[in-house]
Design a protein around this ligand. Sequence first.
Ligand code: HPA
Length: 277
Amino acid sequence: MPDTHSNPLDGPNANPFEVAALAASDIARLTGVEKHDIALTLGSGWSKAADLIGETTATVPATEVTGFSKPALEGHVGTLRSVRTPGGKNVLVIGARTHYYENHGVRRVVHSVRTAAATGATTMVLTNGAGGIRETWKPGQPVLISDHINLTADSPLEGATFVDLTDLYSARLRDVARSIDPSLDEGVYTQFRGPHYETPAEVQMAKHIGGHIVGMSTALEAIAAREAGMEILGFSLITNLAAGIQKTPLSHAEVIEAGREAEPVISALLARVVEAL
Ligand code: HPA
């Protein structure tokens, strides 16, 4: 079983795409599903969507798949599921996210996305729980990601790999989501390194440079998904207003609680959107 100390992604001669191809063949073998059509990464608050999308045909502990790390957090489900939608699509549901703040390197952060692409998925749905900068937003509200600002100063791309990021979060897929829920607002996701929440001054900076959402995931994953040629749909659950916008201190417990409360509604929404993709 791969652990945090030995991971095939970390060797000096490791090729992350070869490791992703091995992971995809593990998934095909363990799920019995040769090809997935859509991949879905479930962040805080979105987990129930897996049950609503369709019939789960297989559940695999992520640690049995080449290159996956143990989850850093209790409550971050470390499984991969193969779900068949009523319309007959195979969805790979990724409940095992490695965050940049875990310090395992960006290869491990984007391994699930590269693996999803290697299973055949052409659509990548990325979800997260995040802080909201827009004062009109309420905790528990889902919003679409329209673009991002990557403040990690890192990239999953290695070498001189020049990838276009225009329309990174597909306008077409955002329209599909709005055809299910026309009230969905959208905003620019700003990825900070974390794991500390932002200072109020950092939130003001994010606002001034065009950010509407603050979080600790997703942007690096989206870049890798684009490199792999996937079409991307991004959703944030606003679990709290960002530091300084909300006047009370932020807490992980508050974030989890907001996710729990919003889960039935946003999971049902996500399941309907996935069916429409
Ligand atoms: N900032 C960063 N990440 C988060 C937040 C936040 O306010 N809420 C949930 N994840």
